[in-house]
Design a protein around this ligand. Structure first.
Ligand SMILES: CC(C)(COP(=O)(O)OP(=O)(O)OC[C@H]1O[C@@H](n2cnc3c(N)ncnc32)[C@H](O)[C@@H]1OP(=O)(O)O)[C@@H](O)C(=O)NCCC(=O)NCCS
Length: 174
């Protein structure tokens, strides 16, 4: 049994709101998809850090379908919460929404599931607190995330690179 106290999902949930500025634009004048992905990763990373109070890295992002574009001047929301916890990893769901400040129209831009892994001082995966799904929605998300995790582990096994990546921090090299 884990000696780390489980935590509520609501304790780490986060919502970022940001007005899209010209610096976020692509050549066509809309918001750059890569900037939206950055927001997705940022929101997910905040949830992982709030849940664990540890250094967490993005291990994977399942996929991101952009349902509608985001325009410069839109207020963009990244809503993120933890869906599932493994031993050292956790799935965080992020939903991106956009609001036109001139009309108030609110749009779902896209959603993504990310897996974050908590690392210790030696950059090795370390055990994290489990989550306590309380509401019906949290319980449903937990069960769905559990299935996605199984698929992910299966896919990772099939596609795993033979070589281990070099993750030695430059400052630790002699
Ligand atoms: C993610 C990372 C720590 C995994 O290291 P590893 O030695 O392969 O770890 P393990 O095989 O022991 O797996 C540890 C956990 O991560 C999960 N995991 C590892 N790779 C994963 C992936 N690609 N997708 C989802 N989960 C993954 C495992 O399922 C396991 O979860 P569990 O403990 O909850 O059961 C390592 O690959 C890494 O440091 N990657 C770089 C991360 C990074 O820098 N991200 C930012 C990009 S610039």
């Amino acid at each position: 049994m884990s000696i780390i106290e489980p935590k509520k999902i609501s304790e780490s949930r986060v919502e970022i709101a940001q007005v899209m500025m010209p610096e976020h634009s692509n050549a066509a004048g809309n918001v750059h998809g890569g900037y939206i992905l950055k927001l997705v990763d940022q929101a997910g990373a905040i949830v992982a850090a709030r849940h664990t109070h540890l250094n967490c890295v993005t291990a994977s992002l399942d996929r991101m379908d952009f349902i509608s574009p985001v325009f410069i001047g839109n207020l963009t929301f990244a809503k993120a919460s933890i869906n599932y916890t493994g031993r050292t990893s956790m799935e965080v769901g992020v939903r991106i929404e956009s609001e036109c400040l001139k009309t108030g129209t609110h749009t779902h831009v896209g959603s993504a599931y990310l897996t974050f892994v908590a690392l210790d001082a030696n950059d090795k995966p370390v055990a994290i607190p489990q989550i306590l799904p309380e509401t019906e929605e949290e319980k449903r998300r937990y069960e769905e995330a559990k299935k996605r995790r199984e698929n992910r582990i299966e896919q990772r096994r099939a596609h795993r690179h033979i070589q281990k990546p070099c993750i030695v921090r430059p400052e630790k090299l002699k």
